[in-house]
Design a protein around this ligand. Structure first.
Ligand SMILES: Cc1cc2nc3c(=O)[nH]c(=O)nc-3n(C[C@H](O)[C@H](O)[C@H](O)COP(=O)(O)O)c2cc1C
Length: 165
């Protein structure tokens, strides 16, 4: 089984999150910056964890925003997403970029896993909620709640690890 953790990051927060997830997951994985990664490369992995920060009031990070999603072929592959945002400064669009990434990966055929409860988060609105009212993936906030990231990653990994082993 091959696994890649692919991130888009402008200031380094989502990159840090990708490395933290890799370390905590404890499964061999390649950590890739989407800025230097093609759709063909991503198509070559069996499973994926993809992360984006949110910019421009609700968009994916720039490198994901310009990514060639049309060339992704992820039919039936297990994929989880994580998002990094600012729940106070952008409380009406907290981690909206994660929702856009989720939808693009779903359109490419992925089997998305890893939804989590919003318990313990404080924000007004987010596109990244599913019909159960859960985040579609792991939401992290380095601007206001950095001290909670490790525990949030640990909790999420408990959910997804069996699906990536
Ligand atoms: C101009 C600007 C726009 C932003 N827009 C949003 C947003 O709409 N929603 C959100 O949750 N965070 C937003 N953020 C916060 C970033 O996503 C956050 O700072 C994140 O940690 C950046 O991660 P990165 O360094 O991996 O790019 C914005 C930040 C800036 C500076």
């Amino acid at each position: 089984m091959s696994l890649a953790i692919v991130y888009g990051s402008s200031m380094g927060n989502t990159e840090n999150a990708a490395n933290l997830i890799c370390e905590k997951l404890g499964i061999e994985a390649d950590v890739l910056d989407v800025a230097n990664t093609s759709a063909d490369t991503i198509n070559g992995y069996d499973k994926l964890i993809c992360g984006t920060s949110t910019w421009n009031n609700g968009d994916m990070q720039d490198d994901w925003d310009s990514f060639d999603f049309g060339s992704l072929k992820l039919s039936g592959k297990t994929v989880a997403v994580f998002g990094v945002g600012d729940s106070q400064g952008y409380s009406d669009e907290f981690c909206d970029g994660m929702a856009k990434l989720f939808n693009e990966l779903k359109n490419a055929g992925a089997n998305l896993v890893g939804e989590i409860s919003t318990d313990g988060y404080s924000f007004d609105e987010s596109e990244a909620l599913n019909n159960n009212g859960n985040f579609v993936g792991l939401a992290l906030d380095y601007d206001n709640e950095e001290e909670m990231n490790e525990q949030r990653v640990d909790n999420w990994i408990k959910i997804i690890k069996p699906l990536f082993s």
